[in-house]
Design a protein around this ligand. Structure first.
Ligand code: ZN
Ligand code: ZN
Length: 335
């Protein structure tokens, strides 16, 4: 294991444990230093005991680097591997086993912390057959959303990356902002070129109920939209769910073949239980997605699987239990 790989893995483990504190930041900094330093200099410094003279390397990261160079799994990493695993109930495990991909995740192209290739390799290691890359659309400037020109470059990149896999596929997509009038933050021709489109509300979350209902229905009814992302926009303990007429919205999801996302982020877990029950009653499709912004977060599907199991979501209505080809024909016919 190279020092960089060891530090990457430490970050992955801290991520999956939702540790965003000082430790995680310190390790990220150390990883960046190692990445940008000649490996021979790292080796020399490790031998001479001068790693910490590098700005950004502290006690813990120096130890991880040294132990990785010595040829074993660094002790701190081994401990993290054991203590940061994402728990899952036996009932949830049935859903997790059935999932073959993840339809909502981000890369460094928008506000994610890992390159597309790193996300893909991790998703593959987790047993997925595919992932849908859904970086933010241009309107979300704080998240460095993609405009036409950048999206087109990303599509070319994905095509190239896919040539490096024979048993895994990166499907193209975007998490497109839903404007206040229900139109989408991406031109029709581009929406039509993407494999999977997630549409989400990220602004004006406190809109009046009738307007929010109309806004969401407009998006759900758009023939290019495949998944309605984190429908209430809530952040548990920080931001209340937005208000809309869920009967109309889920009836529209059912009618237009738009899946309701079960968002696995621990601070979102969206939709809340009572809305999830309602969406099940309407016979909606679902997608159990991590909305990962780093490789470790790709391991969060158990959160959504447990929730799906608890509310008894019909497993055959979960679109990411399909193979990539079936998913693509599903998105094509649900248009
Ligand atoms: Zn979002
Ligand atoms: Zn997202």
């Amino acid at each position: 294991m190279t020092p960089e790989a060891a530090l990457d893995r430490v970050m992955h483990c801290l991520d999956r444990a939702h540790d965003k504190g000082f430790r995680a930041k310190a390790f990220q900094r150390a990883r960046d230093v190692v990445r940008n330093t000649d490996p021979s200099e790292i080796e020399e410094r490790a031998a001479a005991g001068t790693l910490k003279k590098l700005d950004g390397i502290g006690d813990s990261s120096a130890k991880v680097i040294k132990e990785a160079l010595d040829g074993g799994v660094p002790r701190y990493l081994a401990q993290l591997e054991a203590t940061t695993q994402v728990p899952i109930t036996p009932e949830g495990e049935r859903y997790r086993q059935a999932l073959r991909g993840d339809c909502h995740l981000h890369s460094t192209w928008s506000d994610g912390g890992a390159e597309i290739g790193e996300m893909a390799r991790t998703a593959r290691e987790l047993g997925h057959e595919y992932m849908v890359l859904t970086d933010h659309s241009a309107r979300l400037t704080i998240a460095h959303g993609l405009d036409r020109e950048r999206l087109e470059r990303q599509l070319a990149d994905v095509e190239e990356l896919n040539e490096g896999f024979d048993d895994f596929r990166i499907l193209t997509g975007m998490e497109v902002d839903i404007f206040e009038d229900g139109t989408l933050d991406l031109a029709d021709d581009l929406l039509g070129r993407l494999d999977v489109v997630v549409a989400s509300v990220h602004s004006k979350l406190r809109m009046e109920r009738p307007q929010m209902t109309e806004r969401m229905i407009m998006a759900v009814a758009n023939p290019h939209v495949d998944i309605l992302g984190h429908c209430t926009g809530r952040m548990i303990g920080r931001r209340p769910p937005s208000t809309f007429d869920a009967d109309y919205v889920f009836a529209a999801c059912k009618q237009f073949g738009t899946a309701v996302e079960i968002n696995c982020r621990p601070e979102r877990l969206d939709p809340p239980r009572e809305l999830l029950d309602l969406a099940i009653d309407y016979g909606c499709w679902f997608s159990i997605d991590t909305d990962a912004h780093a490789t470790g977060q790709l391991e969060w599907q158990p959160h959504g699987c447990d929730r799906a199991a608890e509310r008894e979501v019909p497993i055959e209505r979960v679109i990411n239990t399909m193979s990539a080809d079936d998913l693509l024909s599903w998105t094509a016919t649900s248009e």
